[in-house]
Design a protein around this ligand. Sequence first.
Ligand code: ATP
Ligand code: MG
Length: 650
Amino acid sequence: MQEFDPHVLDEKPIPPPADFAKKARIGSMEEYEEMYAAAAADPQAFWAEEAKNIDWFEQPTKVLDWKVPHAKWFVGGKLNVSHNCLDRHLEKNENKPALLWEAEDGATLQLTYAELHERVCQFANVLLSLGVKPTDCVAIYMPMIPELPIAMLACARVGAVHSIVFGGFSAVALADRIADAKSKILITADGGFRRGKVVALKDTADAALEKCPTIQKSIVVKRTGEKVAWKDGRDLWWHELVEKSPKDCPAPAFDSEHPLFILYTSGTTGKPKGVLHTSAGYLLQTQWSTRLVFDLRDDDVYWCTADIGWVTGHSYMVYGPLANAASIVMYEGAPDFPRKDRFWDIIERYKVSIFYSSATAVRAFMAWGMEWIDPHDLSSLRLLGTVGEPINPAAWKWYSEAIGKGKCPIVDTWWQTETGSIMISPLPGATPTKPGCATKPLPGVAARVVTMQGESVKPGETGYLILERPWPSMLRTIYGDDERFQRDYWSRIPGVYFTGDAAQIDKDGYIWVLGRVDDVIKVAGHRLSSMEIESALVSHPAVAEAAVVARPDDIKGEAIVTFVILRSGHKPSKELRAALSDHIATTIGTIARPAEIHFADLLPKTRSGKIMRRLLREVAQKGAISGDTTTLEDLSVIDRLAKAKGIDEE
Ligand code: ATP
Ligand code: MG
């Protein structure tokens, strides 16, 4: 791993906006470094200090019990996660808005902490009345409606383990996940709204339940009012159950390591894994990182646009913000409904101050253009965040200018379903940022970029991103497959956590996440990251989106294959293909010239918006796919790509 990667080393750090830094929780690099050093010197003391911000029913007797790869945090402690997100806020924040919900059709619902607490208690009593016991698994398959966080917190209250399956998944994907987690109860809705159309969730859920013998009851929220099939004895209306249900529900004490939820990863690299998270460590670290990374204040209006079906929604829409008594905005529908300015309209009306979205979304906003943004007053914003994929520098700069108006710091947060909370990110008032870079690990996080032998790489060399020490919100296992947990994460480089991501470190010690390990392409001995080539492509004015993979090549080892989606107004042509190839050669080097450039109308993406390069790789190599496609957003895309490739080739 020798090669030199100029873009990584050249970026000049941008200091945090001075006004922001003055008022920030952590306002300088010295403060960050002090905190980082203290945490590194004595991690257990560091986390024990942070653990004081949790309401314990019984104090832990030991901070960490660690035998690679199994961690127990805050041993002997007892708590209730729902109490920590609700009850403890009632004294001071009873009337503070907890949830500011907006339906796709514009209807709204606002719940104060007192009201959210009451609804959670009522639904917790429903779960108890149906015989739900601690550690029972409850599957949740719902649209983005208030009943979703209510259901989560009610599960946490009674010690049930929730397994949320994103509402866009098919019956097969839902059935697989229900079977894997052995869920006893399903919570769903008659339907949801997306771009003004009804999504018939219950039909899909019913089809899944035909293959799910473990499910005893299916609780259905009435959202659309459409007629739905009904199975007596199994199906129950949410509103009928809640009506009869008492409003008081004690929050019993559970062990620190009591399981909180199972969540399946998005499946960009293989079959989704049921990641298991437990109570105290997860709550503590999401609460702490929300405060630190988003510089959260009492009067912030916080909006994380992720669907709760993904880990970002779990950690930074529900548990982290609510544990901090924040006011959270929740939106039911699509960002382009009824028009492409829906998000900016919401920010203006709710006076959103913190906006956390995905790199894919930022690229879409950029493609839609300023005409949707300019008419709106976005002056309430003070901080922007991104997550999910490397954000290319051009999109980062656009986000900073077009949305942040140059005054909002951007936190590019690197983390995974498995890590439970943000691991690498700027601290907005302290860390000088570099567009496209997640910068430095948070205090308490021991991240390094290493060779397969575990040795640190030099600046500009590509290596594997690892985490060296256990952290409170780490996954405890892969549900039902502890062997895979050990093999995938703790054995590649013995004794350390293997993230599966490739990265580089630059001369300032900044970590640049390049993408998945298998997205690194080796051409004639040079290691190139697919993300870097994609980034070069989308900096060309004709290109809206691009995905880059490798196929074997007899001479060079691997050859670069690119799939390109053009911006409106541009047409595929031989000339454009040549121009794009030249553009890559001048931006990165002739070594990165693609062997093939295909014009496509769509890319295979997961339902969380991530490009599934493993599928593209199969298309590039074999013209068809055999891998797991349950998380694919649009199944027809593969045929269309294979066809596009055929046509291109003529
Ligand atoms: P699977 O593990 O099933 O293939 P997945 O990795 O896409 O799915 P997630 O846990 O949702 O599922 O995603 C975590 C991954 O997303 C990280 O490992 C990384 O590759 C990418 N990622 C997330 N945030 C960032 C970021 N800020 N910069 C670069 N990459 C990021
Ligand atoms: Mg992953």
